[in-house]
Design a protein around this ligand. Sequence first.
Ligand code: ATP
Ligand code: MG
Length: 423
Amino acid sequence: MLANLHNADIPQPVLDVIARLRELGHAVYLVGGCVRDMVRDVPPKDFDVATSALPEEVQRAFRKVIPTGIQHGTVTVVQGGTHVEVTTFRSEGDYLDGRRPSSVAFERDIVKDLSRRDFTINAMAYNPLDRDLVDPFGGQTDLQAQLIKCVGSALERFSEDGLRPMRAVRFAAVLGFTLDPDTRDAIPATLGVFRKVALERVREELTKLLLSPRAEGGLVLLKDTGLMDVFLPEVAQATPDAARLARAAVQAAPAEIEPRMAALLADLVDRTQAREIGLRLKFPNKVADLVALLVETAKLEERVSDTDAALRRLLARVGPPQLPQLVAVARARVQVRAPERVAEVERLFARLEALAAAKPPLVPKDLALTGGDIMATLAVGPSPIVGEATRFLMDSVLDEPALNTAEGLKQRLLAWRAARSGA
Ligand code: ATP
Ligand code: MG
């Protein structure tokens, strides 16, 4: 494992920042997720630098520095065209509200900084120039044993920051690790603190869990620890069978947030509830709306006998750009819920795709007549009848796309008006 670390590919600008701070006599290390990933021989997403230098000292040491979060000790050094985050060693005062520390203090000692971190595997520091690994809490051992274990007392750490239990489950899912027994047992005991956490932070962890290759296992852990009851009772209270199918559908769906959320919810809630859940978890409106739409339409196995006209109406409702995601959610559900129907449902997907590929008129602006044309044909100005006429024409072309010519629609429109005034 140390060999992995010593051979890891670290970007030159990051090495330059470390070298410069070291040259000025400061202690300086890579910390957190990147050290964990390098020890595992996985390329880190980003490289965080921690140093004994105070933020002002870091600012003075480089030509271009952005004071990103200077009051918390973080500055961004712009070095060789890349951004390198440098944070002064910190310790944290008492947590009063289960969310954030009452104070932070800058420290000279890396171990102080590591001891405020959440899990042993996230509490290692490495200086690549000196090949010096600082691992005071047994992070390497726990990485090897594939364990998520709190730094220090799990009960205390979870009582300080209620998000940590959610992070523990997220890391277990993403890494395929197990929760250490003490860490696991501390979760139900500190749910009261978890309840105070902003749902936005919960959602960030949930998203990482859902997009991981072991989302299914992560959802089981969320349920079994009681975390899910707090932020997703609709799923937590499903029957064991329904919950198992929903989890399997999540795993079978593509690793994007909308299809995975829709796969989780489609057979447990309706579209309105799905949208409420999305908004409650502070997903962007766009995401909540698409999840709701996918939940509403996901049960495509119920539509295998639909006519082309009915399927065009479905396409109009969903919007062709969303069709791939709808098919993906429907496929995932059918694979786990009714594998014997996969072939039949795949034929429906092919029909839907062929109908979409023909680019039929689906919305008013696809009509061969503009609003102006409609008013001219009817010899009216802007008035409610224009909306009615547009709906009538839309309905006609959804039934029969070939009708969508200017001349054909004009004639239909006149016949429609004649029938109306006759009635
Ligand atoms: P990822 O690869 O998912 O980004 P990461 O370990 O980098 O994983 P971050 O959320 O980016 O996770 O956090 C960076 C580091 O900061 C962690 O490795 C951990 O040391 C520390 N950390 C983050 N959140 C907390 C927290 N709530 N409590 C204690 N330490 C934390
Ligand atoms: Mg990170």
